[in-house]
Write a protein that binds this ligand. Sequence first.
Ligand code: FES
Length: 135
Amino acid sequence: MSSKKERRSFLQKSLMLATTVVLAYPLSRFLFFYVPRQPRHIKVDKLLNDGDVFINPDFILFYMKKKVWAISRKCTHLGCRLNYSEKDHLLICPCHQSRFSAEGKRIAGPAKKNLARFPVEIIEKNGKSAYIVTL
Ligand code: FES
């Protein structure tokens, strides 16, 4: 009699273990599924002259001393959108007042990292220039 109970108990535990293993695989695939982010290419048609700045919701494009670069507008502290002060040539966070240089270097505030820089490609076609910023 007791051998039947032990056998039944063993079968129940084995079935539970098998069910757990069978369900864990698809559940882990669902939970840890990762879709890699695709790069975004944003075209800026405006021709920039030396000292000009182009402000986009995601980045700021600078053209100074014949160099072009793009800086993220996302603060490295908690992600607020930075404002650009043309008077001081600084990016200032409206949330907690972190400050960054036009090159994206952290100057002050609670943010610990510099801003992200995005690659910029200059395209010239039929005498017109455009900039492609890759986010
Ligand atoms: S989010 Fe910019 S300083 Fe806090």
